[in-house]
Design a protein around this ligand. Structure first.
Ligand code: S3P
Length: 171
C-alpha cells in the first residue's frame, strides 16, 4: 500500500478533499505544508519572504521524500509540488497521484484572502493565477494517475468521485 497524493493549484480544495477521502478510506490525512511548517518551525509565508522560494522548495522536497517511511496516508500537497522534477519522481515512487483541476476564477474565489499565498499576494490575483496555472497545467496532468474536474462540485462530491475512481481503477 502506498500514499494517495492530491495535487493541483492553490484553491483546488486539496486539503478539504484530502480530509474527506482519508475518512472514507480510514487512512491518516497529512497536509504537506503543515508538515513543512512543523519540521522547519517557520510559517510558509515567512519562509518565502525571509528565506526565499528556493529554500521553501528544498524543504518541500525533503518533507515529501521523508513520507517514504510514513504509514500510507492521504496527502494534500502544496500547489507547486510539481515544479521540481525531483518531486515528480518522488510522487510517482511513493504513491498514487490525483490531480484536482480548478479554474483560476474558482481557485481565487475559494482562497478569498490571498495574503497567505505568497505567490499570489501583492499582484493582480486573476492575472497571476491564470499565468501560474497555465505554466503548471501540463506538469499537473503529466504527474497524475487520475484527473478530477472540480468545477461546480462540492468537496464532498469531489471526494466521492476520487474514491469511486480509485475503486474502479483498482488503485
Ligand atoms: C504554493 C502553494 C501553497 C504553498 C506555497 C506555494 C504554490 O499551497 O505550498 O504557498 O507554489 O502553488 P496550497 O496549494 O495548499 O495553497
Amino acid at each position: 500500500m502506498s500514499h494517495l497524493f492530491l495535487i493541483g493549484f492553490m484553491g483546488a480544495g486539496k486539503s478539504t478533499v484530502a480530509r474527506l477521502v482519508a475518512q472514507r478510506l480510514s487512512r491518516p490525512c497529512l497536509d504537506l505544508d503543515d508538515e513543512i511548517e512543523r519540521s522547519t518551525g517557520v510559517p510558509i509565508a515567512e519562509m518565502f519572504s525571509v528565506l526565499g522560494e528556493e529554500a521553501f522548495r528544498t524543504a518541500e522536497s525533503e518533507t515529501l521524500e521523508a513520507l517514504a517511511s510514513h504509514e500510507p496516508s492521504v496527502v494534500a500537497c502544496g500547489g507547486g509540488i510539481v515544479v521540481r522534477p525531483r518531486n515528480q519522481a518522488a510522487l510517482k515512487r511513493l504513491g498514487t497521484v490525483v490531480y484536482l483541476q480548478v479554474t483560476p476564477g474558482e481557485a481565487l474565489a475559494r482562497i478569498g484572502d490571498v495574503a497567505s499565498r505568497p505567490l499570489l499576494a501583492g499582484s493582480s490575483g486573476v492575472i497571476a493565477a491564470t499565468a501560474l496555472l497555465q505554466a503548471r497545467e501540463a506538469l499537473y496532468s503529466a504527474s497524475a494517475d487520475m484527473i478530477i474536474d472540480t468545477a461546480g462540485k462540492s468537496a464532498e462530491q469531489v471526494a466521492e468521485l476520487v474514491v469511486a475512481n480509485l475503486i474502479e481503477k483498482g488503485l
